[in-house]
Write a protein that binds this ligand. Sequence first.
Ligand SMILES: CN(C)C[C@H]1CC[C@H](N2C(=O)NCc3cnc4ccc(-c5cc(Cl)c(O)c(Cl)c5)cc4c32)CC1
Length: 310
Amino acid sequence: AVDDYEELLKYYELHETIGTGGFAKVKLARHLLTGEQVAIKIMDKLTLGDDLPRVKIEIEAMKSLSHQNICRLYHVIETPKKIFMALEYCPGGELFDYIIAKDRLAEEEARVFFRQIVAAIAYVHSQGYAHRDLKPENLLIDAEHNLKLIDFGLCAKPRADIWSMGVLLYALLCGFLPFDDDNVMILYRKIVRGKYEIPKWLSPGSVLLLHQMLQVDPKKRIMVKHLLNHPWLMHGDSFAVQWQSKYPLGHLDEDCITELSVFHKCSRESMADVISEWKYDNVSATYLLLQSKKAHGKPVRLRIPSLTAD
Ligand SMILES: CN(C)C[C@H]1CC[C@H](N2C(=O)NCc3cnc4ccc(-c5cc(Cl)c(O)c(Cl)c5)cc4c32)CC1
């Protein structure tokens, strides 16, 4: 249905499909005003069926999550038949494929990635959410080799992510899962039994941390706040994990407001008021993509629409 794409094509140039999620297709696109690449997650409401509430949950959660290790939502467009989400593009693909390609990661590289995962989860929990679907497929690698958490379709208010982070750390360090089986009942029994293989290459520090995270009894598991300055994460001269967001929603960037207010021929105050409404329309997308350009050392400049008509 071309008319469903009419609104999207006002603001983006669509390119090839770069991936498929469970009930979504993800296409590469370019935001016309800023020239920045984005990933457009395209969902058909009819085929979504009972999964529609899950998409609404993901959208509401992502609107309030602004963090350097969480895939940023820029724009939401809903038409009679489709839902489009313009998201931060991550050219490095899935962490899952990265681990497979390298067989397993050295402890130093695993530590750098795991600190980013702990920062993302500490931030998500500070906003009152739990991701609840943490796995290597849901962590993408951006252009600067940083991790970005995606797929908040299962997130909810309670907190339940520590054990999953233990499985993630095990996968980073070992290249395979601590509990695995094709038969789901056998897998379930392995999980509740809580016993897993400890390969010879694991350091004593990592064995201890895994033990503290993979406790079957939730009450015995380490808490996120104790992870932030855990000896394994602080190994060497590293400092505690800085989990706070570098881009809090409440703080607006002056340069981006200036460029937008000049472009829209309005005052900086009224531009700041419009941005602060966070409608996740093209104003939100343009502001966030200008902020991203600035963070990557690119000029905070918009393109004149007539020149983008080519
Ligand atoms: C669980 N897996 C199978 C799902 C796949 C879906 C395609 C993904 N993908 C690529 O395949 N190539 C490159 C690529 C680049 N930038 C992306 C940015 C955002 C998302 C994204 C974000 C959210 Cl929040 C979300 O919910 C979903 Cl489904 C996708 C995917 C990207 C991507 C990788 C994970």
